[in-house]
Design a binder for this molecule. Structure first.
Ligand SMILES: Nc1ncnc2c1ncn2[C@@H]1O[C@H](COP(=O)(O)OP(=O)(O)OP(=O)(O)O)[C@@H](O)[C@H]1O
Ligand SMILES: [Mg+2]
Length: 322
């Protein structure tokens, strides 16, 4: 099947401190996403994982047409997008659920006004009964429409966020940390909801999360991000069963609850994440990698593709994981 979303060589940069930065010898432009490629099929869920600051939110926002100096190519539903001109159109077809977007809102809004807002922004009429229909779709009672954000539980607020994302019938929903800050039982409710909607509406989902249990639960594929690049991508089950990149092993090691039965190699990450302003030579992970060899310091590894997965490592792991 052809991809709904095709991302090729995506870069996202920000202007930083300008003159002050230059005087202090810092670059005044920071490339936060540095050449990312992936496809997302209709109805598919991909998870984006990586340490804080690795560029997950920046990448997702760029895909949704929300900010940064964007380079590269994005294809959506078979059409190449003009990243400057198509921003507005994209925002209808690609919905973005911001982390904790609803409960942090002003108490003067009602749920009804929040759900109607996307229609208003796009100059479209909100059909009669649509707010109630959307609330029902996300498993909430229509009476909630007259409540205010601070009167909602965390789980209800997250569901309202999902309802609001669905107003304009998007084909792709991007959720940034959809379960952060929720109790474990509510987390799985929200994930089950997203999954059910994906099936019912044929949505594609891009989920950003720190929680690898979430990834395992919902994602068909996953991408591991480090310093604004994908270091490993592939089917979730295969990556959990046998990660090839040492950084992936390190991330999985940090999540001990996943499969207590399995004997696993562990890598405890040492050292700081390098600064984006001073990217390391060679493999950008070499300063923190326990398997570093001479060539890792000298030469950046090319992407290696094996079956349905890809990774960038000179000395990938082979089954040492279990
Ligand atoms: N508007 C901006 N201007 C300048 N730098 C930015 C801007 N937005 C993000 N950055 C920088 O880009 C880098 C990546 O940030 P981003 O928020 O995408 O990371 P993340 O992977 O989503 O992290 P987290 O897991 O903490 O949400 C960080 O170094 C951040 O400081
Ligand atoms: Mg983020």
């Amino acid at each position: 099947m052809t991809a709904l979303l095709q991302v090729r060589g995506l870069t996202v940069a920000f202007r930083t401190g300008g003159l002050a930065a230059r005087l202090m010898g810092r670059p005044d432009r920071l490339e936060v996403v540095a050449g990312v490629d992936f496809d997302l099929a209709p109805g598919e869920t991909m998870a984006l994982v990586g340490e804080s600051g690795s560029g997950k939110t920046t990448l997702a926002r760029a895909v949704a047409g929300l900010g940064g100096e964007v380079g590269g190519e994005i294809g959506f539903a078979g059409k190449k997008l003009d990243l400057r001109r198509d921003g507005h159109r994209l925002r209808r077809e690609i919905a973005f659920i911001f982390q904790d977007a609803i409960s942090s809102l002003s108490p003067r809004f009602t749920v009804r006004s929040l759900i109607r807002e996307p229609f208003r922004i796009h100059g479209l009429p909100c059909p009669e009964g649509e707010v109630e229909r959307l609330l029902k779709l996300v498993g909430l009672s229509p009476e909630i429409a007259d409540r205010h954000p601070h009167q909602l539980s965390g789980g209800q607020a997250r569901r309202v966020g999902v309802a609001r994302a669905l107003t304009l019938k998007p084909r792709l929903v991007i959720a940034d940390e959809p379960t952060a800050g929720l109790d474990v039982s509510v987390q799985s409710e929200v994930l089950n909801l997203l999954n059910a909607l994906r099936e019912e509406l044929g949505l594609s989902l891009l989920i950003i999360t720190h929680n690898l249990n979430v990834v395992r639960h919902v994602a068909d594929r996953m991408a591991i991000m480090y310093l604004g690049r994908f270091v490993e991508t592939g089917a979730t089950a295969r990556i959990f069963a046998g990660p090839r990149h040492p950084y992936t092993v390190a991330l999985l090691s940090a999540n001990p609850i996943i499969d207590p039965e399995a004997r696993r190699a562990r890598i405890d990450l040492e050292g700081e994440v390098p600064s984006l302003a001073r990217r390391p030579q060679g493999c950008e992970f070499h300063g923190r990698c326990p398997f570093v060899q001479e060539d890792c310091r000298l030469r950046a590894p090319d992407l290696r593709v094996e079956a349905d997965r890809g990774f960038t490592c000179h000395h990938p792991l082979r089954g040492e994981w279990t």
